[in-house]
Design a protein. Structure first.
Length: 125
């Protein structure tokens, strides 16, 4: 019986610690976001808001967004010479300051096509 009681206490403690650490990390990230926005670097803020609030309500517009915004970074490459890889160019899309908003817009367009229009979106994946 003592092994069972000890195991139960350890499992509870371990799960509480991991939940507490996850909450602490979320708080740290939100503080970083607030401090970033308060630092005066709000030049792209209106454009970010516009992209976040852009509604996808037209089927042709959603198709055009899915065609224009790539699913993967088009700059990522392996440079090869005579069949051997010389070097790898990493994806540089994450350097785009509007990357999250553009990817979110593409996702909303895909969801609109799949959920509301009932179309097959496998061609865009």
């Amino acid at each position: 019986m003592k092994v069972f009681e000890s195991t139960t206490k350890n499992i509870f403690f371990a799960s509480w610690v991991s939940l507490h650490q996850a909450e602490t990390k979320k708080a740290d990230v939100s503080q970083l976001r607030v401090s970033h926005s308060q630092s005066g670097w709000n030049l792209l803020h209106p454009l970010r808001d516009w992209l976040d609030n852009l509604k996808v309500g037209d089927r042709q517009f959603a198709h055009r967004l899915c065609q224009l915004i790539p699913a993967q970074c088009p700059f990522e490459r392996d440079v090869k010479l005579f069949g051997k890889t010389l070097f790898h160019i990493p994806p540089m899309c994450k350097l785009n300051p509007l990357y999250e908003e553009v990817v979110g817009l593409r996702f909303r367009a895909l969801c609109y096509l799949a959920d509301e229009c009932g179309e097959d979106i496998s061609q865009y994946c």
